[in-house]
Design a protein around this ligand. Structure first.
Ligand code: 5RP
Length: 221
């Protein structure tokens, strides 16, 4: 319950980044659900939203927001999304909600990526949260063997198929000291669609909520 309040506080603090009349990138997850609800409760007048999942699209539409395809939205000035883990460089693990591929695309297409999370998501070293990897179905076993070579313990996520029709492998047992190098290494395995490491395109702002309030971190450089 207090974690839910922390998520809502983080979501509330992200409202100040929303530019009325413009397109907005919207991510996926329970923290983003608060954000979508708060957009509606506060009567934000956005031109439309580019959404990272069918679930967020449904919630946005339910509130009466227009959802636009990224191909017709043009570049986005702001993208708001959650994370499963974040480090002090604002590198992230994402994909706990299986939306990592669309999330990475929208983050890449956005000028400012505002990440919202409860404070428990901040870690010194990424990797305690199993790293999600979306793979093409035929490459599942091959990619899993390659992930073992990189030191991980891959586990197929049961009963989950992404919005893109692919399975997800969750990789346990990683201590990610060089997130950019690992992102590149996993991206290079044939059959990998997306790895849920956001290091080459980290967040620009990280808003961490707690029941008492929020604190905000910015990426340096
Ligand atoms: C979905 C994600 C989410 O942002 C991540 O799982 C955080 O979710 P929550 O806000 O529910 O803690 O990456 O793919």
């Amino acid at each position: 319950m207090s974690q839910d309040l922390a998520k809502r506080k983080a979501a509330e603090a992200a409202l100040r980044y929303v530019v009325q009349g413009e397109m907005l990138g919207v991510g996926t997850g329970s923290t983003v659900n608060h954000f979508i609800d708060l957009l509606a409760e506060n009567h934000f007048d956005i031109a439309g939203a580019v959404s990272s999942s069918e679930a967020s699209t449904e919630r946005l539409k339910k509130h009466g927001f227009r959802v636009v395809d990224l191909n017709s939205s043009g570049p986005l000035s702001v993208y708001v999304d959650g994370a499963d883990e974040a480090n002090y460089r604002l590198e992230l693990i994402k994909g706990g909600g299986a939306a990592l591929t669309r999330e990475k695309i929208i983050a890449g297409a956005s000028k400012v990526f505002v990440c919202i999370a409860d404070e428990s998501k901040l870690v010194d070293v990424l990797g305690k949260f199993p790293l999600p990897v979306e793979v093409l179905p035929m490459a599942r076993s091959f990619v899993a063997r390659e992930l073992v070579k990189l030191g991980g313990e891959p586990v197929l996520r049961e009963n989950v198929i992404t919005d893109n029709g692919n399975p997800i492998i969750d990789v346990r047992g990683l201590t990610i000291s060089d997130a950019r190098a690992l992102e590149t290494a996993i991206n290079t395995i044939p059959g990998v669609v997306t790895v849920g490491l956001f290091a080459h395109r980290p967040a620009d702002r990280l808003i961490l909520g707690s029941p008492e309030g929020v604190r905000e971190m910015s990426r340096l450089g």
